[in-house]
Design a protein around this ligand. Structure first.
Ligand SMILES: Nc1ncnc2c1ncn2[C@@H]1O[C@H](COP(=O)(O)OP(=O)(O)OP(=O)(O)O)[C@@H](O)[C@H]1O
Length: 248
């Protein structure tokens, strides 16, 4: 069996008396698209932010390729091959699409200067151009990102996460606010990136059709705990999960 790419063991995080994440463990395999679903407030984002070094969990251990990465900062994680996207867009509206990609790579390398000055190419132009092709945004590459539709900006946002050539990308609600007609396009793109770059994903998403179609395995969180973990078919057939979603 494949050694896990990401191993999350017994993560807990409390806010006052509230156990937002309560003893969660799971593994993501190389090349896997792993979904995390659950009702609002079930702890998905807190779990994500614990894995990504954005918050410090009270307990637990996180390993990437067998090495302990618990407590590393987002920049340190990025250098080890972990990327992320946020629920809200991170693009800089006044910069062109291509410059957004160059800035993202430079920030991943720890430099903030490119946000204040014109971004240098630093040999990253070819990488940006390849992503622009792959994301089918060549026709808008030299437009200011703020002039694009929300859905197109979302594509730029996702492309930015790939500038550091990550092995693992955590996507926080990639379909939120996106026109339903573009959701299929995002799914196709993620499948393509998974195949062509061997990138693994952890995806938080409320759009159930999207998750069921895209993910190899799905973790269901309820009240900070793991309620179920399995293939889309197993999750669909799980009565406990159906009850949690359909409100009993
Ligand atoms: N910084 C914080 N301070 C206090 N409570 C918090 C904080 N962050 C999250 N919580 C609480 O922790 C619980 C889990 O929140 P979290 O945002 O992780 O859930 P979620 O599953 O991502 O929800 P959603 O689907 O709405 O994004 C919620 O009850 C939330 O109010």
């Amino acid at each position: 069996m494949n050694a896990p790419l990401l191993k999350v063991s017994d993560i807990s995080k409390s806010y006052g008396g509230l156990r937002a994440v309560d003893g969660v463990s799971f593994e993501v395999l190389p090349g896997e698209i792993f979904g995390v679903i659950g009702p609002n407030g079930s702890g998905k984002t807190t779990l994500f932010n614990s894995v990504l070094g954005q918050i410090t969990p009270n307990t637990g251990r996180i390993e990437l390729k067998g090495r302990d990465i618990t407590g590393l900062s987002p920049v340190q994680l990025n250098r080890r091959g972990v990327g992320r996207t946020f629920q809200t867009l991170q693009v800089f509206g006044k910069m062109t699409v291509r410059d957004n990609l160059l800035v993202a790579a430079q920030e991943h390398q720890g430099s903030m200067a490119s946000r204040m000055f014109a971004p240098g190419d630093s040999g990253l132009g070819a990488r940006a151009d390849a992503l622009i092709q792959q994301f089918r945004i060549a026709h808008v590459a030299h437009k200011k990102a703020g002039e694009l539709s929300y859905g197109q900006q979302k594509l730029v946002d996702i492309a930015m996460a790939f500038m550091s050539e990550p092995d693992l990308v955590l996507l926080d609600e990639p379909c939120a606010g996106v026109n339903p007609s573009l959701v299929g396009g995002i799914s196709t793109l993620l499948k393509e990136l998974n195949r062509s770059r061997r990138a693994s994903f952890v995806v938080i998403e409320h759009n159930m059709d999207f998750v069921m179609d895209l993910c190899h395995r799905i973790l269901v969180m309820v009240e900070g705990k793991v309620m179920a973990l399995g293939t889309p078919a197993e999750i669909r057939a799980n009565k406990q999960v159906l009850d949690a979603y359909l409100g009993n």
